[in-house]
Design a protein around this ligand. Structure first.
Ligand SMILES: Cc1ncc(COP(=O)(O)O)c(C=O)c1O
Length: 418
């Protein structure tokens, strides 16, 4: 009998990848008809109409290979960001670019450094390439511990990932903090500083006055890469299109490593249309801010802790086993994301949905935690008196002959109103 070829140890050590459960799988497995997904930080508004129209046109040329040089979209992105086309490269989602960066820059004598509580793809890509992955824990506030990262940095640190805002915590490294980190990192590592990858998958959601000027950092510090994606605020996760902004030398290396047709023609064309659809992006951001605020408030009112978020999801501390609540929510047709792998076993990551989706989530949460509707609290004395009068009149009508009804009913009304 033929035996199978040997697999390197670093491959056999890999754990199965766990992506957000698709709606179809939950419907099939649990026999549910109505399922909502708040698990992968997608845009709940769907794609922009302009992107849909572009895709409909592009479908007619689907028998052709895509443009391997990615000319039009790279040009559109270069103009959008005030860079040259040679400073832009596309990936099959920014996930592919994470992989390509590690393949290109990290060898057997060097390692990747990031936070333990940051995007799991950094670990998966590094380990699937047999490279060394190092992390430091999150701060108590669920942010990047930049001092600990500086401490952990050695001459062998080749690549540093900072997701900003961070997934799964939604926290952000601010402008000054980032600047200080870069200065200290470069001072510590001397002539061979690590490649700094600022993964900005959620940057569109940051309040502009708080956002670091990463493009200025890129211009000043050539060993920097910015990763962006069309999967989140641009609403095109299913098409798999992300991009990196970097100096032309880095882009040249990534272009040599990537496969020529890594981004499909429909994705490239839809992304150009999505990039131009500013009203859609603005509506996305405004909807997210409004719904995120409301959802956070509702969760806090129920006694959960929510990490302040700069993205389109919330990290919610349920103060009990997050995986168990994830399973229970699934039974209610709500898909969320357990985050035990990030060292946050009591938390769930919940994407901000539409108002209706968020209401559905809260109903499911209330059913699971047996939250009773809150008692009506009336602080306005006049309003309270008016309500009590109306209730007494109603009761008199229903029970005109009941002895002592008035006083007793008054007490009841008082009980309800307090
Ligand atoms: C921080 C971060 N970076 C990158 C990605 C990858 O996105 P995509 O491959 O869809 O572009 C994600 C997806 O969830 C993310 O959260």
């Amino acid at each position: 009998m033929n035996s199978l070829p040997q697999v390197p140890d670093y491959i056999t050590r890999l754990l199965p990848q766990v992506a957000g459960k698709p709606i179809s799988a939950v419907k099939r497995e649990l026999g549910l008809r109505e399922v909502i997904k708040l698990a992968s930080n997608e845009n709940p508004l769907g794609p922009s109409e302009r992107a849909i129209e572009a895709m409909e046109q592009a479908v007619r040329d689907a028998h052709r290979y895509p443009d391997a040089g990615q000319y039009d979209l790279r040009l559109a992105l270069a103009e959008h960001h005030g860079l040259a086309r040679e400073e832009v490269v596309l990936g099959n989602g920014s996930s592919e670019l994470i992989d390509l960066l590690i393949r290109t820059y990290v060898d057997a004598n060097s390692h990747v450094l990031t936070s333990e509580g940051s995007f799991i793809a950094y670990k998966m890509s590094t380990e699937s390439l047999g490279r060394e992955f190092r992390t430091v824990p999150l701060t108590a506030e669920h942010g990047y511990d930049l001092d600990a990262m500086l401490e952990a940095m050695t001459p062998q640190t080749r690549l540093v990932f900072i997701a900003n805002p961070n997934n799964p915590t939604g926290t952000m490294v601010g402008r000054d903090e980032l600047q200080r980190f870069i200065e200290k990192m470069d001072a510590k590592t001397g002539p061979t500083p690590p490649l700094l990858v600022l993964d900005e998958a959620y940057c569109e959601y940051i309040e502009p006055s708080l956002a670091p000027d990463s493009l200025a950092i890129l211009k000043e510090r050539p060993g920097t890469v910015l990763l962006r994606t069309f999967s989140k605020a641009y609403g095109l996760a299913g098409l798999r299109c992300g991009y990196a902004l970097a100096c032309s030398e880095i882009v040249g290396h990534l272009n040599n490593v990537r496969s020529p047709f890594n981004v499909g023609s429909i994705a490239q064309i839809a992304a150009i249309a999505a990039l131009a659809d500013t009203p859609y992006l603005e509506a996305t951001i405004a909807t997210n801010h409004k719904n995120r605020k409301a959802l956070e408030k509702s969760l806090v009112a129920r006694g959960f802790s929510v990490t302040p978020s700069h993205a389109n999801f919330l990290l919610v501390d349920l103060k009990c086993d997050g995986k168990r609540i994830f399973e229970r929510l699934l039974q209610h047709g709500v898909i969320t994301r357990p985050v035990g792998v990030y060292g946050l076993p009591n938390c769930l990551r919940i994407t901000v949905g539409t108002a209706a989706e968020n209401a559905r989530l809260l109903d499911a949460v209330d059913a699971i935690f047996h939250v009773r509707p809150q008692r009506l609290v009336v602080t306005d004395r006049n309003l309270w008196r008016q309500m009590a009068r109306m209730a007494r009149a109603q009761l008199r009508k229903l029970q005109p002959n009941r002895i002592g009804a008035q006083r007793e009913d008054q007490r009841k009304v008082q009980g309800i109103a307090q």
